[in-house]
Design a binder for this molecule. Structure first.
Ligand code: URA
Length: 305
């Protein structure tokens, strides 16, 4: 990704035996350890030309920022004109009602079956198939996107189109993978899911009602994975998880929380494909997320992965 982003960075630590992402991407020097890791700060060049943007190490790049408490569950997605409020106490409330409570108790197998059979909104009539999610169930990273597009609707996997290729390159640059085969340690595994499990026709924006009805699925996925870090990509992921309709540009650059899980906001890969200069900011966001993930891993008992 670094080559694609045109950004230099201090990369995440490489696990033994894992090919450095920079080499995979650009055939350049091996990666160093991450900022903040003991005795580890070293500069990545990644073959980027001298004129490219350089992201400074964490200590210089950003001072600790206060966490942002998300709005309460059931408070409704956003408060702008494009969203609808939720009556939190109603039994049929999409987010806190009986259906949502039942979904919150499902295991992976039952949850997948529930998604496949879902008819809670009109998208069930136009989808080819549902797009559940992909990645290791014990991943330390979770990426949350928006909704399946045409390719995802065909293949049944999130982020397999052009935006997905960019996302994979971004993840590779941090030595992260969505693959479930292979022997990647949990710290390098990513689980990817969308706020919507079905494609909106013509790739239109998700409707507020669709987001609400689909939300219990994402909530349960997050609960089951219990990642160390959530990367929320794009405004619909942010609306669903942070209950915020603030622009991405105002929310990125600091660590938020979703039900106790640290969350970093960044631009959607599809947006980045259209707005190349913002790739540098997205890379900075990924570096911030990597720092959070590394801090969580450092706090874990030795041998826990
Ligand atoms: N964009 C998303 O947000 N998710 C996908 O799965 C594909 C494109």
């Amino acid at each position: 990704m670094l080559a694609e982003f045109g950004v230099r960075c201090w990369a995440s630590p490489a696990a033994p035996g894992v090919a450095p992402a920079a080499e995979a991407l650009a055939g350049v020097a091996p990666a160093s350890r991450a900022p903040g890791a003991p005795g580890a700060v070293a500069r990545q060049t990644h073959g980027a030309p001298a004129s490219e943007v350089v992201a400074p190490p964490a200590a210089a790049r950003r001072t600790p920022l206060p966490r942002v408490t998300p709005a309460p569950r059931g408070a409704g997605i956003g408060a702008d004109a494009t969203t609808v409020p939720v009556a939190a106490s109603r039994a049929d409330d999409p987010v806190s009602g009986e259906r949502a409570r039942r979904i919150a108790s499902l295991d992976w197998t039952a949850l997948r079956a529930e998604v496949e059979a879902c008819t809670a909104c009109g998208l069930c009539r136009t989808r080819r198939q549902t797009v559940f999610g992909v990645g290791h169930p014990e991943a330390r990273w979770m990426v949350v996107g928006e909704a399946p597009g045409e390719q995802e609707d065909r293949q049944g996997e999130p982020f397999v189109g052009a935006a997905g290729q960019l996302l994979d390159a971004m993840l590779r640059a941090l030595r992260l993978t969505r693959a479930t085969d292979g022997d990647a340690p949990p710290a390098q595994r990513v689980y990817i899911a969308n706020t919507l499990k079905c494609r909106p026709p013509g790739n239109r924006n998700p409707a507020p009602d669709e987001l609400l009805r689909c939300e219990p699925f994402l909530q349960r996925q997050i609960d089951l994975v219990r990642p160390d870090i959530i990367l929320a990509m794009g405004r619909f992921a942010v609306q669903a998880l942070l209950r915020s309709s603030e622009p991405i540009g105002r929310l990125r650059g600091r660590v938020h929380a979703y039900q106790g899980v640290p969350l970093v906001v960044t631009y959607h890969p599809a947006y980045l494909l259209r707005n190349l200069p913002d790739k540098a900011k997205a890379w900075d966001d990924l570096c911030l997320a990597a720092e959070v993930a590394e801090a969580a891993a450092a706090g874990r008992a030795p041998g826990a992965g």
